[in-house]
Write a protein that binds this ligand. Structure first.
Ligand code: SF4
Length: 406
């Protein structure tokens, strides 16, 4: 097993169940980016009322979570840096009041360069936030403007420096590739700029055009890079990140040793997490559930609850108990996102069947021969080349009907 995989396994072994992650959604953005499908609105006048509702929802869930300690908290969005210092103090003290927060909890806030002022960054650090995820996306001004971002490369650089000055020593930058007309050289420059800032973590996502967005409605006029360039950009990212001392622990995530996101790892190893706010998802007590993407309905619901308690049904978009079959498929899909890969003995113990027999020995051998997958010491994992086409490989492996020898 390679050194990176060992580091991830050590990080996972360090988890102390029953601990859960807490995700709090801040569904506001100054202006909606034309590619974005996350649930967020430009209606910032509702922030105050929303925080009332979110705090009420935390109070409502605190009894259900009483047995769990919380070891990661993640404020995502949207743009959490639109909240004022006062609103942050209210929110953070609500979290402390309603949940059993462990002393060394990882507390992450997503911020955008156009709203994360040095004053706010200092206040967040003082209030106990110990990790920032900064939505930079690119250090190329032309591309930033083409994807509708409100900041330029200089503002992004200034924000990272201000965060470091405020005391943050665990900073993640988000980058994007596969952007309209983005060249390999432009993406290389962005990766090198991010690395030069000395951050501890990089997340890089290929643009996925969602139908219900302005980009989705543009069709071919968007001038996206072709599949080969897209894959080349991804492989370049893996190479440059490795050369700069970041170990890849997930398809899209790279960290300096000891700086993998503990919160995001919970999603991939199926640890419990509770997500509150409209559009937030949870995996908790064997259930997956998500709240409606309806900010006004959410606020109204918690206003009415002050007068009378009623069940969560009107707020829930989906709620289902995960079957054994689904748990098995999820384990395969999520484990193979990690460089540590799928632990075959643990899989056999948990599900009473062998992974290789389930997906078909011959399929694993086929991908191994092609350099897309490797199997070492009971672990199966994808290589960077395999990650670049992971959707195809996973769809093939999960096609149970084709598992028999051809
Ligand atoms: S800032 Fe982030 S969450 Fe907001 S619209 Fe842009 S991509 Fe979406």
């Amino acid at each position: 097993m390679d050194q990176n995989a060992e580091q991830v396994l050590a990080a996972l072994a360090d988890r102390r169940p029953p601990a859960m992650g807490l995700y709090l959604h801040i569904p506001f953005c100054r202006r909606k980016c034309p590619y974005c499908d996350f649930y967020s609105l430009e209606d910032t006048a509702l922030i105050h009322d929303y925080l009332d509702a979110l705090l009420a929802q935390m109070a409502e869930f605190s009894a259900a979570c009483a047995a769990y300690r919380v070891d990661t908290v993640f404020f995502g969005g949207g743009t959490p840096s639109l909240l004022t210092e006062r609103q942050w103090n209210r929110l953070l003290s609500g979290v402390q009041r309603h949940f059993r927060i462990l002393p060394d909890t990882e507390v992450t806030v997503e911020v955008n360069p156009d709203s994360a002022t040095p004053k706010l960054l200092k206040a967040l650090h003082r209030a106990g936030v110990n990790r920032l995820s900064i939505g930079v996306q690119s250090f190329d001004d032309t591309l930033l403007s083409a994807i509708g971002r409100l900041h330029d490369a200089k503002t992004a650089t200034d924000t990272v420096r201000a965060a470091q000055k405020a005391g943050f020593d665990n900073i993640s930058l988000d980058l994007m590739y596969g952007l309209p007309q983005q060249t390999l050289a432009q993406f290389e420059q962005s990766i090198r700029s991010a690395v030069a800032l000395g951050v501890t973590h990089l997340s890089a996502y290929g643009l996925k055009v969602e139908e219900n967005t302005p980009f989705g409605r543009m069709g071919d006029a968007l001038l996206l890079p072709d599949d080969d360039t897209f894959a080349d950009q991804y492989l370049l990212l893996c190479q440059l990140a490795r050369e700069a001392g970041y170990f890849q622990y997930e398809i899209s995530n790279f960290a300096k040793p000891g700086c993998a996101s503990r919160h995001n790892l919970k999603y991939w190893v199926r640890d419990p997490y509770l997500g509150l706010g409209p559009g937030a998802h949870s995996f908790f007590d064997g259930w997956r559930f998500a709240f409606n993407r309806d900010l006004k309905g959410y606020i109204r619901c918690y206003r009415e609850r002050k007068q009378r308690r009623h069940d969560l049904t009107p707020l829930l978009q989906e709620r289902r108990r995960i079957s054994e079959q689904e748990a098995m498929e999820e384990t395969i899909m999520l484990s193979l996102r990690l460089t540590a890969g799928l632990d075959e003995p643990a899989f056999a113990q948990r599900f009473g069947c062998r992974f290789s027999e389930l997906v078909g020995q011959w399929k694993l051998a086929k991908y191994e021969r092609a350099g897309l997958l490797k199997r070492t010491e009971g672990h199966t994992s994808l290589t960077p080349q395999g990650f670049a086409i992971s959707n195809l490989i996973l769809a093939d492996l999960l096609d149970w009907d084709e598992r028999a020898t051809p």
